[in-house]
Design a protein around this ligand. Sequence first.
Ligand code: HEM
Length: 157
Amino acid sequence: MATVQSSPDMSLASPLPVKQEASEIDIMALTMAALRLVSPWSVEKKPKWSTKIVPGAPEARDRILTLAEISHHDTRDDCWVVIYDRVYDISTFLYEHPGGDEIMLEYAGRDASTAFRSSGHSKMALKALDRFLVGELPMHERMYRRPGGIRLSDMPE
Ligand code: HEM
């Protein structure tokens, strides 16, 4: 059975009268505004090393990663920390860590040298770092491994 659709009641004053042509113009205007607001220059740069780096791979020894790049890796799935100027991807280790994952997440994307040191980690823990190595800080961002840097007797080679 055919149904007859009645036209919407236009007698009621609507705060936002919608006309076909007007809505098309609005979409265009909105797009224009958005383009002006979201300037391509304001979009944050992607980290230089956005490609996956295999932790512990020999190439990691020569890879320079800045603190700005490291700060992008601050989540459970993608967690980097800096210990004694070296950068470690500990994403896979978070849940294996004897001290728990939460404590390490506090340092995600940041320097964890003093936290690591003050937790009294064993030599075994220091050795365990090797397999998570993804790079090293540039000389001007280092605190330890640079001429005149902080000297620690228990720092690994
Ligand atoms: C990122 C690399 C890290 C590695 C490879 C690592 C490794 C380990 C290992 C193997 C242990 C067992 C005890 C030992 O052998 O020393 C341990 C314990 C512990 N870790 Fe870490 N750790 C890391 C980072 C951290 C950080 C950043 C903190 C922050 C404070 C932390 C806090 C602790 C604590 C509190 C314990 C003692 C747990 C207990 O005895 O109940 N760790 N860690």
